[in-house]
Ligand binder design. Sequence first.
Ligand code: SF4
Length: 345
Amino acid sequence: MQVILAQPRGFCAGVVRAIEIVDRALVKYGAPVFVRHEIVHNKHVVDSLRRKGADFTESLDGIPAGAVTIFSAHGVPASVEADAVARQLRVIDATCPLVAKIHHQGRQYAASGRRVILIGHAGHPEVVGTLGQIPGDVILVQNEAEARTLDLAADTALAYVTQTTLSVDDTRAIIATLHRRFSNLIGPDTRDICYATQSRQSAVRELAKRVDVLLVVGATNSSNSNRLREIGAESGIPSYLLADGSELDPAWVLGARVLGVTAGASAPESTVEDVLAALRRLGPVELSTMEGREEYAEFRLPALLADPTPPASLPPPHDGARQAEHPAAPQTTQQLQPQQLQLED
Ligand code: SF4
């Protein structure tokens, strides 16, 4: 069977940074460190960090006062930050800088007197966090139908921001509908969207033209992994989401001449290897990687973790200041447009 790997696929810079933050915090401050929500949506990553001493929790309730606590890459509402201050937790914020940038843009729009629309999926932790970071009555729009039926005057001063796991392609029709209906609507530059979401989706669209079946390695609760599978299905090929090789159903690939494999932004390459191993157990595999964009983006770690050696004392209790909003500018390479990853203060 011929197998083509998507390029790019798998870990993005925000996920690498979030995992590194937990790893370094464990080395520097010792176990346990508490992590609010799964640091990224992947069981293999979470289990591996748990074995090292990370304690994952959905609520701050059970975390003892003064404990080192990490906010996940998805971000948190301002109410959770305030709760952490009240509990005197020592917070390290692993919110992806691109998510923090959306929060910042939303706050700026609200401060300028605009009603903010968030384009995203209800209940996703990033959306919950963003809704809770922007003051005022933020309107969630999930699809074109909701954009068409928004009950607002046509000249309302509006601004939109988007969930990072939606690409330009995903949001284009919704934004066009909003522009048709509302005369005073602004939004961020398209260069502000998450480079990783767009590039993984573009790669899958290209890959889908060449394969009979698509396998997407990622977790069922990973929004971007689900979207990759949907893009495969929209392209007209059978597309399946699987966490690792143990979930491969031989019937999916039976009779497939060329198989495409990609991975969501939170899926480690080891899980792709595991799926390839499962395929090889079914028969010989002729493996290749599609030509595609190499990624070299890196997001710098919070300053207090730059030095990985154990400290003389713990980080100070959270004072409510946002750590993720002022990271040093991520390092980029010529493969990515520099403006794409510049962060505003
Ligand atoms: S997918 Fe984009 S926004 Fe989400 S963690 Fe990765 S780089 Fe950040």
